[in-house]
Write a new protein. Structure first.
Length: 56
């Protein structure tokens, strides 16, 4: 009997983050000074943070 791999058994639910102003937080990738930076930005108030959990 074949077993399913561990990665296929985990559920991959995407998590949505919301800013305190009520806007949705989306991840953006910036390329500056030869480096790739990932930042989280609110659609509504244009606030930026390093990661979505910093909006709390």
């Amino acid at each position: 009997m074949a077993q399913a791999s561990k990665n296929s058994r985990t559920s991959s639910a995407t998590q949505k983050f919301f800013c305190s102003c009520g806007g949705e937080v989306k991840m953006k990738t910036l390329f500056e000074n030869g480096k790739v930076k990932n930042i989280a930005e609110c659609d509504k108030c244009k606030r930026t943070e390093r990661r979505p959990s910093d909006f709390k």
